[in-house]
Design a protein around this ligand. Structure first.
Ligand code: TIU
Length: 223
């Protein structure tokens, strides 16, 4: 397949669909539904739900184009042996990682809240990366999977923009992957952080990557 050009900032994002993966970060009930981990940190989760519909459109287009699709989930083993005590205590939350919540134990693998929202649920053959940290490359086999598949560029969606999305894009950039972040497919609990986190990526000539939107991505993906 020929190289495609996606309208983006700071300038157009060139990609070959065969060497590009769609990376959907942490679209888990724990972050976007009431009663989960995000809410336990004091956040209003409704603001993140706006990302679901455009992400679903991009997901369907990438599936149709035969591209690699990767989903990530933030969370921990049931015995919490992979959760740093510092992470558990941070913010002095009323409910901690591993405590019981409305959708099972917060941020624990295998619980309902830890799983991906039904609208974006992975299909068989799509990799699901379980990650203990904010960055998707830390303590996971994501890089190995991408390199083995000859992936060079990433289209990034997910939550939250300034936490797991930004951390992952920085990790990917340092590893030589070009990333485009779709601004309506990433969400923050804080509108000012959404703006700043996107501005940081594309500033200085695209210091960490590119920013586009789902419409531009769909136009490029559909050819
Ligand atoms: N709290 C917050 O903004 N985010 C996280 O804890 N994890 C992710 O961003 N996935």
């Amino acid at each position: 397949m020929a190289t495609r050009a996606m309208k983006a900032e700071p300038y157009e994002f060139d990609f070959d669909p065969k060497a590009t993966a769609l990376l959907i970060i942490d679209m888990q009930r724990d972050f976007v539904e009431p009663g989960g981990f995000g809410e336990s940190l004091g956040n209003d989760v409704s603001i993140l739900r706006k990302t679901i519909a455009p992400t679903r459109e991009v997901l369907e287009a990438c599936r149709k184009a035969g591209m690699m699709i990767i989903h990530t989930r933030e969370g921990h083993r049931p015995d919490l042996s992979d959760c740093p005590p510092s992470k558990m205590e941070r913010g002095r939350p009323s409910r901690k990682i591993g405590d019981d919540g409305a959708m099972g134990r917060l941020l624990v693998r295998g619980e309902k809240g830890h799983d991906i929202v039904p609208e974006l649920y992975p299909k068989p053959g799509e990799a699901v990366i379980d990650k203990p940290g904010k960055g998707a490359f830390y303590a996971t086999d994501l890089e190995l999977i991408l390199r083995n598949a000859g992936i060079k560029t990433l289209i990034v969606c997910g939550v939250t923009t300034e936490v797991c999305v930004n951390t992952t894009v920085r990790e990917a950039n340092d590893r030589g992957f070009n990333c485009v972040v779709l601004e309506d497919c990433v969400g923050s609990y804080f509108p000012e952080f959404q703006r700043a986190a996107l501005a940081m990526i594309k500033a200085q000539g695209g210091i960490f990557g590119w920013v586009a939107d789902s419409k531009s991505a769909l136009t490029a993906l559909r050819g």
